[in-house]
Design a protein around this ligand. Structure first.
Ligand SMILES: [Zn+2]
Length: 391
């Protein structure tokens, strides 16, 4: 029988113990009977999804989980998201991630990063705003830059390669803190774009975002296809351009689920069913990515983080395990791409717990939590895929 493989990614679900949770983490507090049962017959451990010295971003972490060493293949975050939007960079171009963000200057200075997600605009409203910016400061004859609308607050700016030498701070690392503007040789050009965007965005009454924030730049990376690397056909469902871009670059089948939002209200069942349908049809491996746990971490909402974990258990894992059993033998890997501790509201680089389960072969069994795996030696994150596929 052909074995089917699933990679489950609750983005940023790992956390730190909190006094408010009596020393526990959201994973320890959440009611997850299916996950507990899987862990009890599987193998748990710790994965270094973020290689030492690299930024703890979803790009790096998800690249690891898909089985590619970020130290070899990572050239920046924005080019991956650009790939998701079908943008191919010329050798003399770089892509920047362009957030619609809210920077509050009422207290003076460079202002405070009030909301790195600009109030979570709808994709439709955001697209109008980005198109207006492109029309005024990009696009035109002689213009060096172009803006491309993405999803919600996440967009792309393509610029000449020479702009890449600016030092840019990810805006989600600045939540409720002073806005640290780009520095370095090309910073002036970026600052001019960010400043010009304020006037344009002020014309959009229903937009909480008041300027663009540029960061995460890099050139086009070169990634082998998943099939050429691992010898099997893979598919993916995600609402996040960054993760989708990794799927596009590695030539995975990308399944669109209408209700997938990248937010708390995402269509969990739709993602579960997309996995089961693809695995029954044309995929040997399927990646189910859900962003809600990460967004809850950034928002500092422990309630939403716990709820998102419980949704994973009830609305994905329960039906997934049952459905997989009907298809044939299967192996499942579950791991976040990094931790997003809700009290810190940002990503951290420490190793995260992983779970590996085989439908037919029992592992030593364990508990899926940060504490229960804290003493195990971390496995390099990009080696997990090999472990999942080794049978
Ligand atoms: Zn992430």
């Amino acid at each position: 029988m052909v074995v089917k493989y699933v990679l489950c990614v609750p983005d940023g679900c790992a956390d730190l113990p909190s006094d408010q949770l009596e020393g526990r983490t959201p994973l320890e507090v959440a009611d997850m009977p299916v996950l507990s049962a899987l862990a009890a017959r599987g193998t748990v451990g710790r994965a270094a999804v973020i290689p030492e010295g690299m930024p703890p971003g979803s790009d790096v972490g998800n690249l690891s989980l898909l089985g590619f060493d970020p130290k070899v293949h990572h050239t920046g975050r924005a080019p991956i998201e650009a790939a998701a939007l079908g943008i191919k960079l010329d050798p003399d171009q770089v892509a920047f991630r362009c957030n619609l963000s809210t920077v509050d200057r009422s207290g003076g200075g460079d202002g405070m990063m009030a909301d790195f997600a600009g109030g979570h605009p709808t994709t439709e409203v955001a697209a109008m705003a980005i198109e207006a910016i492109d029309a005024e400061i990009g696009s035109g004859a002689g213009a060096e830059i172009r803006f491309y609308p993405g999803v919600q607050y996440r967009h792309i700016m393509v610029a000449p390669k020479s702009w890449a030498d600016a030092e840019c701070v990810p805006p989600h690392d600045l939540s409720d803190q002073p806005a640290i503007l780009p520095t370095g040789p090309s910073a002036e050009k970026l600052l001019a774009v960010m400043e010009a965007s304020r006037e344009i965005l002020s014309r959009f009454d229903d937009l909480a975002a008041n300027q663009v924030w540029l960061w995460g730049q890099g050139p086009q990376p070169h990634l082998p296809s998943f099939e050429s690397q691992y010898g099997i056909r893979a598919g993916m469902v995600t609402a996040v351009d960054l993760v989708r871009g990794l799927g596009v670059m590695t030539d995975m089948k990308i399944v669109d689920v209408a209700g997938a939002t990248g937010w708390y209200d995402t269509d969990y069942e739709g993602k579960r069913d997309a996995a089961l349908e693809s695995l029954a049809d044309d995929c040997d491996l399927f990646v189910v990515h859900v962003e809600a746990t990460d967004e809850a971490g950034h928002a500092g909402s422990v309630e939403e983080k716990i709820k998102a974990l419980e949704n994973w258990d009830r609305r994905i894992l329960a039906g997934l395990v049952e459905g997989l059993g009907k298809i044939g033998p299967w192996r499942l890997l579950l791991s976040p791409d990094h931790a997003t501790p809700w009290e810190l509201k940002t990503h951290t680089p420490e190793a995260v717990p992983f779970l590996l389960v085989d439908s037919d072969v029992d592992g030593p069994g364990g508990v899926y939590s940060e504490k229960a795996t804290a003493s195990s030696t971390p496995v390099p994150g990009h080696e997990l895929m090999g472990r999942l596929l080794a049978r």
